[in-house]
Design a protein around this ligand. Structure first.
Ligand code: CXF
Ligand code: ZN
Length: 380
């Protein structure tokens, strides 16, 4: 069977459209006809070579589609199911069994090394038989893809799949970081550095969880306006305002209880630690090559602060995604406000718009026939 993909041949190159052959579906796998896919900052990180994934590769990991065929061992999905896709995990290691599949012992092998199965076979091949690597066992920048059943989250037939892909990565990461990793108390304060999809997902969640002071920090005023609309009680433009002064004023000199950094910029990560109150907790989330420096005695011990690592929101995708859809329907998580739609063939423009900040969350429409009677507005 053939599939049309956006391929990256080597680091730093643009996406190119190409037709590939799909391999065989294995017993625990599912063939998905893609409807749409978000573009995540990590896709860009991988394309630019920061993540060191093997190439040529089909990226994309915020996919949504319809089950076209299931492997012989798949019990929970059937042909025609609407699915959102997240990452793969083994399901049987201690982390998976204790509800932390994003810390799966086999996370790297299953997600980041190209997708060879135990028998050495791959999900994508070129006409000449050479394999093309997959990403997070998903590779959603493709008209059809072979995924694992552990990647999939079934969603109701009534919901519009075209908007749902980002729930499987960026938005779930922001959501999970708040509800699972930081667990802010009602009336506590939180500052979110960077108002992209992860930051805004965290911000909407902080509001749901009852944080009474929600500070959004960014360098773009339009983004800060949107953050306010989505629940920020305070905004700081750290380019034009003094961050430390502002935070001291907002928190009456105490500092913030919780911070999240989504920028990966050294000084910003450092600031997100240093503005914490005593007993505060900070989560730097970005896939970034940068480091941060701090003095453990002064910055942690004396203030009893914590710096925590969180991956994919430390949450089970199959629990998080349906919950987020429920919150969306209740108008508590209006993530539609951050989405912009592009045609699949405009993937390079869409990726560029996400880097320049023109689009917070670009979504590629891969199947333009899906719900054709409910047209959506394209950026170009
Ligand atoms: C990343 C986390 C590190 C591995 C690739 C995916 N998360 C979100 O994009
Ligand atoms: Zn992602």
């Amino acid at each position: 069977m053939k599939t049309r993909v956006a391929i990256v041949n080597s680091a730093n190159e643009n996406y190119e459209m190409e037709e590939l052959k799909l391999g065989e579906i294995h017993p625990n796998e599912v063939l998905v006809k893609m409807v749409a896919s978000g573009i995540c900052q990590s896709d860009e990180g991988m394309r630019l070579g920061v993540g060191e994934v093997p190439m040529p590769i089909v990226l994309g990991h915020e996919g949504a589609g319809i089950v076209e065929k299931v492997g012989s061992g798949v019990k929970d999905f059937k042909v025609g199911d609407q699915v959102v896709m997240a990452y793969n995990y083994c399901g049987t290691c201690d982390s998976c069994r204790t509800g932390l599949p994003s810390s799966c012992e086999q996370f790297n092998e299953l997600n980041l090394t190209g997708g060879a199965r135990d028998d050495g076979s791959y999900t994508f091949y070129r006409e000449d038989g050479t394999p093309v690597y997959n990403f997070l066992h998903q590779s959603s920048f493709s008209t059809y893809t072979i995924s694992s059943e552990n990647n999939l989250i079934k969603v109701d037939p009534d919901v519009d799949l075209r908007m749902l892909g980002p729930l499987g990565c960026g938005l779930m990461t922001g959501f999970g970081t708040v509800v699972t990793a930081l667990k802010p108390e009602t009336f506590s304060s939180i500052a979110i550095f960077g108002t992209g999809a992860v930051g805004l997902g965290a911000l909407m969640t902080a509001k749901i969880e009852g944080c009474s002071t929600i500070i959004a920090v960014d360098i773009h005023d339009e983004r800060l306006e949107l953050a306010k609309e989505l629940g920020a009680t305070h905004t700081i433009n750290s380019k034009t305002e003094d961050l430390h002064e502002q935070i001291a004023e907002i928190t009456h000199g105490v500092g913030v209880n919780y911070t999240i950094d989504t920028t990966g910029v050294s000084e910003v990560m450092e600031a997100s630690l240093k503005v914490l109150a005593k007993g505060g907790k900070s989560a730097p989330l970005a896939v970034s090559p940068n480091s941060l420096s701090f003095n453990p005695y002064m910055d942690l011990v004396m203030k009893r602060r914590q710096l925590v690592g969180v991956i994919m929101g430390d949450i089970v995708p199959q629990l998080a995604v349906p919950k987020l859809i429920e919150y969306y329907k209740e108008e508590k998580f209006p993530f539609d406000k951050i989405l912009k739609y592009y045609r699949f063939s405009d993937i390079n423009e869409a990726a560029k718009d996400s880097t320049t900040g023109k689009s917070i969350k670009p979504i590629l429409i891969i199947d333009e026939e899906y719900r054709k009677d409910e047209p959506i507005e394209y950026v170009r």
